[in-house]
Design a protein around this ligand. Structure first.
Ligand code: NDP
Length: 249
């Protein structure tokens, strides 16, 4: 379903992890709504695929290979931006799931440096790259329901995603007067490569627990993201929008 409810013509977004999964769909929805998107993704293969998939939007897309954990890589990507930023979507993330007893420091470090420090690196670097004339600057950070209620095997991921909520709320307080809103989205279980790694019976079990009786689609998250990025959402600041079919109830 094409998202025609929003008009992002002349708006410029940066979407981290924007070449695959949820980020790919967020990028696609912005492009369909007329926006320009700079995709910052780590995966060369996903970037190549995005280039092909978004060929019809070539003038609106800018692709950069970026590692959000690496400050030099982020600084180089920021310097190469072809436009001032209106919207930042902090979406890049990884999992390294293990029970706490089995989780090693390398699993902790990888997830914290991507899912938490990555947001610090990107948002800090891009602050001065936002369109200073805009009264509608947007930071949208992708958390997870797991950041709200924890999850077996995800000490690292739950800690990072709870931290994302803390950052999003703090930025809402600090940057509100400067024309920003900052919000987090907490997706439930969404069908992407990240979740499709799980066994089918686990996925079926998850779907059965969701009040709307299905796993989420990437479009569900993109729709929420476009709404929060719109001018119409200008009085929503520092909130966590759960997009999870009601699983947290
Ligand atoms: P995917 O793995 O499908 O896509 C994430 C993209 O981000 C990949 O292209 C990945 O590259 C890239 N990426 C990973 N690390 C970095 C990095 N250091 N720098 C730049 N890009 C990077 O993930 P999803 O679409 O499933 O998840 C997107 C976000 O949504 C994540 O923050 C995730 O935690 C969150 N989320 C997902 C849920 C789900 O059910 N799928 C539920 C709740 C939250 P590569 O493939 O090389 O790693």
């Amino acid at each position: 379903m094409k998202n025609t409810n929003f008009d992002f013509k002349n708006k410029n977004a940066v979407v981290t992890g924007g070449a695959a999964g949820i980020g790919f769909q967020i990028t696609k929805s912005f492009l369909e709504a007329g926006g320009n998107v700079s995709i910052w993704d780590y995966s060369e293969q996903a970037l190549q695929n995005a280039k092909t998939e978004f060929a019809q939007y070539a003038s609106q897309v800018h692709l950069t290979q970026v590692d959000v954990t690496n400050r030099e890589s982020v600084a180089n990507a920021a310097a190469a931006l072809p436009w001032a930023v209106d919207i930042l979507v902090n979406n890049a993330g990884i999992t390294r799931d293990k029970s706490f007893a089995k989780m090693g420091p390398e699993d902790w470090d990888a997830v914290i440096s991507t899912n938490l420090t990555g947001l610090f690196n990107v948002t800090k670097t891009l602050l001065e790259k936002f369109n200073s004339a805009s009264a509608h600057k947007r930071i949208i950070s992708i958390s997870s329901v797991v950041g709200l209620y924890g999850n077996f095997g995800q000490t690292n991921y739950a800690a990072a995603k709870a931290g994302v909520i803390g950052m999003a709320k703090t930025w809402g307080k600090e940057l509100g007067r400067k024309g920003f809103t900052s919000n987090a989205i907490a997706p439930g279980f969404i069908k992407t490569a990240m979740t499709m790694k799980m066994p089918t019976e686990v996925l079926d079990g998850m779907a059965a627990k969701v009040p709307v009786a299905r796993l989420g689609e990437t479009e569900d998250i993109a729709n929420a993201c476009l709404f929060l990025a719109s001018e119409q959402a200008g009085y929503i600041n520092g909130t966590v929008l759960s997009v999870d079919g009601g699983i947290v109830l």
